[in-house]
Each structure stands twice: as C-alpha cells, then as structure tokens.
Design a protein around this ligand. Sequence first.
Ligand code: AR6
Length: 340
Amino acid sequence: MPLQMIREDITRVRCDAIVNAANSALKGGEGGGGVDGAIHKAAGPGLDEECRTLGGCEVGRAKITKGYNLPCKYVIHTVGPRWFYGKGKWPEQLASCYKESLNLAKEYGCASVAFPLISTGAFGCPKEQGLQIAISEISRFLLENDMLVYLVLYDKAGFQVSKKLVSDIAEYIDECYVNEHRYDRRAQRSYPPPKENGAAPLAQSAPMAPAPGAPRAQQSLNDLLNTMDESFSQMLLRKIDEKGISDAQCYKKANIDRKLFSKIRSDVHYRPSKNTVLAFAVALELPLDEVQDMLMKAGFALSHSNKFDIIVEYFIKNQNYNVFEINEALFAFDQPLLGV
Ligand code: AR6
C-alpha cells in the first residue's frame, strides 16, 4: 500500500498507529513541546503513565504504547537525532527511526501508520533532508510490505522541495501557460469562422450525420465497435510484460494500492482516474508520447491549462520517474498526488 503526504495535525489522523518524535527520557508528558507535547495532551495522562514504565528509549530506536484518547490504537515513540551543524551520524540515526518504527508497526499488525517529520523541529535537522530521508526509508519499506503510511507535514515550511526544483517547475508552468494562452487567443480570434460568399458559418450548417437508425450507420458503428482499440487495462498489462517487471513491482512503484490494481487487472474495461493512469505511466517510465497514448485510452489528455498536468509533464520530460519526488513537488504546489 502507498505513501500519502498530508498536511494535518497528527493527533487528528485516524490510523492504527501514530509515531511520536519523542525525547530519550520519554517525558513528553511533562509539558513537552512540539509533536510530543501535542500527542500527550490529546492522549491524556494514561500515555504518560505508560511511558514512565518503559525505561526511556535510545536515539534511532522505537517503543510502543497504547493510544488512549487518541483516534489510533498505538503510539510509537521514536527518538530522533539532534542536528549539530550536520556533524555525527544523524542521517543514519534518522533513517533508523523510520525503519524501527515501521518494523514495530508491522509487528503489531498495523495496516496504517502516520509519521511526523522526525527531528525537524526542536532537534533542528534541516527539513529538506529530513523529508528526503523519511521518503526514502518509507518507500524502501513499502516495496516489501503492505501498509498505508501517512507522512504528516504540519506546516507549509515543513514541506520545502529543493528551491531549485521549485523554481524550475514554476518557470516551466509559466512557459506552458504563456504558450497555452497565446494559442487560446489565436483560437478566439478566428472564431466564429468567417462567412465566405454569404455561406452560413460551419457551426450553423445543416447536420452532416445521417438520421438515427439508418442501416448503413448501424453497420459502420458495429464495425467500429468490433475493431475497438486496446483498452487502458490491456495496455497497462502489456507494458508491464514488455518491461519485464512483476505486477507488484509496478503497482508499488506507482504508489497504487494492491486492491485497486486487482480491479484493473480483472476488468478489461476498467475506467481509471487520470491520476491513476499517470501513476502507472510514471511507474512504467513511459516516454511522453506513450503517456499521452495511455491517457487517451482512459479518455484523458495532458493539458497545459492546469498545474497538475504541467508538473507531471515536467518530470516525464526530464525522465525523472520517481513517484515520490513527483508527489513532493505536487504537494509543494498544492496539487493532488499521484497514485493513492
Ligand atoms: N502534528 C504533526 N506534526 C507536528 C505537530 C503536530 N501536531 N507539531 C509539530 N509538528 P518536534 P523533534 C512537526 O520539535 O525535532 C519534543 O519536545 C514540526 O513542524 O516535535 O524530533 C520532544 O520531547 C516538525 O516538523 O520534534 C523532544 O525533546 C516535526 O513535527 C524534541 O522535541 C518535529 O518537530 C524532539 O524534536
């Protein structure tokens, strides 16, 4: 199951377990700040009492308690590293927080778990690197395991994709809008079509189609239906075979749920949403013309009139097929995400 990025207060997320960015004494209940303080406040005193029985927790490790008044069964407490001018083993320790918490969630049979951006508040790790470590550890885990993982990004600043990437994408969006609007203006100028020799404009001319029910039309419609093109589902399965990857590799890379994939697999005429098609196109690393082809089979197209399409197109053109990086950028531009 996939990774979802959401902007929310983690204490309100409904899932099996939420992860707490704790301190090594596990004393967030003593008027602690950040996500730790918020979790203890929402959970009530029972959480603090249980934490006191655990004997603390080392950096990079994780311990589990019940959720008490929170809308989750468990709280997984992990202790992130402190950032000290980039010195020390902080990236490995931070990666270990995600790994250990995910393994603990798995051990307790959790189907869904929510993480804050560990160590990126009071412990001072740069948000951009903290985010990259989170995404890479969670996606590595999801390649082998079925779980729904939420990465909860509390504040807008907590979600900064590389400034260079943001400015490159913003530039690309601007260019696309300019070209599109130039095109729109041209189209507006030439509408309605000029009358020639007093003839009626095309839009008002008599309908060209024969009357409904005419035998010839019916025959040709049947012919057309019999020669129907490959469907989206057929194209997807063909492309998976051509790439020589397994179904699971494909839907995991697409950040798509296994159940949704089975539905598509078993229904040749399945009508996917546009973002599902794009998620698969990205997972299959299709070039732009094939992406357009796949979209067309589901009744869609990439347009330069909306940001979502332009951002996805930007990544495809740059042959960056990492769905999590694309989602990072989509999230930064307040767009819906691929897959999920
Ligand atoms: N929901 C989701 N994310 C939040 C919330 C919330 N309610 N509140 C803050 N964040 P921090 P750390 C984000 O400081 O850096 C504690 O006091 C916040 O924007 O909570 O690991 C402990 O007791 C930031 O991106 O944790 C430790 O002593 C992220 O959560 C120490 O701070 C982590 O910020 C741990 O520091």
